[in-house]
Design a protein around this ligand. Structure first.
Ligand code: PAF
Length: 287
């Protein structure tokens, strides 16, 4: 497994693989790897001849006052986890390699209608930062396939739309969320939770599941269910940003006739902001 810091070296390597007719799978990460990331790497490994994992804490997707400086950076431990999975190259560029002129780029990728809703309205500019760096990474790595977690459901939707709208020749694969035994979604930010908060955090998934059962039992009052979810989490000690039921396809509010829904939530607990979601397929069309 090579660790590559320079774009020229990365390009040379991928060009050589492509020349040999090999398919390249890509897993973009910000490091601090856990089982959720490893599941993405395994999915890329199973679907491609060569696997590149990027480890880059992207300044452009953090807002003022967010955790860019304190975000855990654990490159050696990350590489030790990737080695046994058969990763071929880790791309770990310094910030100036990705943003030679600083991260206030003149060219930015925005996906209106998806970048600015849900988490986007609580973290202005976040998804512009994500879409821009992923577009840059796609141009740097030139992968045939890229793997993202469904844990970041809105991020996956933004990237799928970007790929479609801008004709990136990249197949996007979404992988199911990896959870702890009590249902908490694996996240690098779980490290911010105290022992007591960690126990409370399992309520997010429990609440999503209960809401999903109600939805499936129907007929559902979507607005009432959203209010119930928010109140339930607030009552357990969270500061809930949103608890929303949306369509899987475009993350818009559901309309009569829809069946493929997703419940998404973001809630703050102590210094952590946790996100999670649950896809729901209704047994019949929404009334
Ligand atoms: O999901 C993440 O870790 C990041 O948002 C990503 C996709 C690596 C872009 O920086």
């Amino acid at each position: 497994m090579h660790t590559i810091n320079r774009l020229t070296e990365l390009r040379q390597q991928v060009r050589e693989w492509h020349r040999q007719g090999l398919e390249v799978g890509f897993v973009p990460t910000m490091g601090s790897l856990h089982d959720g990331h490893l599941a993405l790497v395994k999915a890329a490994r199973a679907r491609s001849d060569r696997v590149v994992v990027s480890i880059f804490v992207n300044p452009m997707q953090f807002g003022p006052g967010e955790d860019f400086d304190s975000y855990p950076r654990t490159l050696d431990a990350d590489c030790a986890q990737l080695l046994p999975l058969g990763v071929d190259a880790v791309f770990a560029p310094p910030v100036r390699e990705v943003y030679p002129d600083g991260d206030q780029l003149s060219t930015r990728v925005e996906v209106p209608g998806l970048s600015d809703i849900l988490c986007g309205s609580y973290r202005p500019g976040h998804f512009v930062g994500v879409a821009t760096v992923v577009a840059k990474m796609f141009n740097m790595v030139a992968p045939d396939l890229a793997v993202f977690g469904k844990k970041d459901y809105q991020q996956l939707a933004v990237i799928r739309r970007m790929v479609r709208d801008l004709n990136f020749p990249v197949q996007v694969v979404g992988v199911d969320t990896v959870r702890e035994g009590d249902g908490l979604a694996r996240s690098s930010r779980n490290a911010y939770l105290s022992a007591e908060e960690r126990e409370t955090a399992s309520q997010i998934y429990a609440t999503l599941r209960e809401a999903a059962e109600w939805l499936k039992a129907g007929p559902a009052d979507v607005a009432a269910l959203e209010a119930w979810g928010r109140e339930r989490l607030d009552g357990r000690g969270f500061r809930t940003d949103y608890f929303s039921i949306r369509r899987q396809a475009d993350l818009q509010p559901p309309a009569p006739g829809d069946r493929e829904l997703v419940i998404l939530t973001a809630a703050r607990l102590g210094s952590a902001r946790l996100i999670d979601n649950l896809e729901v397929s209704l047994p019949g069309p929404l009334a």
